[in-house]
Write a protein of this length. Structure first.
Length: 169
């Protein structure tokens, strides 16, 4: 693995950490403000040691920051995404699933809508299974659907006595 040195660009890995501060002479990164910085010439050996340790722990990334997943604003955006192709959908679902900035509730609602639109449209099993895997990863539960159930009666007999067991809704 390459060691970071003065003049290298480092980025905050926001999926692991939301801030990284070293104070004067080092780098100071925070989500939403500065997520990327160039290691200054004023950085001490101790600063470089801490930065390299953070890179090994995957709190910092050497180079440019990762692209963040984008949540669609409306249902029409999800429908447009479904037209983009199976591989792009898989990458998009994976990006949403791994993004720690999006709440699990928002992810669950999004993946359920994605499955609903896909079932109503092309009904591709690969897209549906990708969304279902993402839901199982985040612990999401699909909506419960009511189904018609019938009352079942089972008559048990033992010796001379009849016993009736009912099972139903």
């Amino acid at each position: 693995m390459q060691e970071a040195k003065r003049g290298d660009r480092v980025s905050l890995n926001t999926s692991k950490r939301l801030y990284y501060f070293q104070g004067a002479g080092g780098i100071n990164l925070g989500e939403g403000t500065e997520e990327m910085a160039v290691i200054p010439e004023t950085a001490t050996e101790q600063h470089l040691k801490q930065i390299n340790h953070a890179i090994k722990a995957e709190h910092l990334i050497l180079g440019w920051p990762e692209k963040k997943a984008e949540l669609p604003d409306r249902d029409s955006d999800i429908k447009i995404m479904l037209e983009s192709g199976r591989n792009k959908i898989d990458d998009w679902v994976h990006g949403i699933k791994m993004d720690k900035n999006i709440t699990n509730q928002a992810k669950t609602e999004l993946f359920e809508k994605l499955m609903e639109f896909e079932k109503a449209g092309k009904n591709r099993k690969s897209v549906i299974s990708s969304a279902e895997r993402a839901l199982s990863y985040i612990g999401g539960i699909s909506q419960v659907e009511d189904s018609e159930q019938q009352k079942i009666e089972i008559k048990l007999t033992s010796g001379t006595e009849d016993t009736k067991v009912e099972q139903g809704t």
